[in-house]
Ligand binder design. Structure first.
Ligand code: FES
Length: 62
């Protein structure tokens, strides 16, 4: 299997941490190259799809 160094870690009450380099295509079509992106799971980030730390001020605990 290729890319065995890639990993997705799910933080309880926090984001997904993707390990590796990713090309993220935004809804506008803009392409962002991001290393080790933290992606929001709680829905509260003001910088979606990225985590901005807002989960810490919520009761999100999944
Ligand atoms: S998981 Fe961090 S802001 Fe949503």
């Amino acid at each position: 299997m290729e890319n065995m160094n890639n990993e997705i870690k799910v933080y309880k009450g926090g984001p997904y941490l993707f390990t590796g380099e990713f090309k993220i295509v935004m809804p506008s079509g803009e392409v962002k190259m991001v290393k080790d992106p933290h992606l929001c799971r709680c829905g509260l980030s003001k910088n979606k799809p990225f985590c901005d730390g807002s989960h810490a001020k919520s009761d999100f605990d999944k």
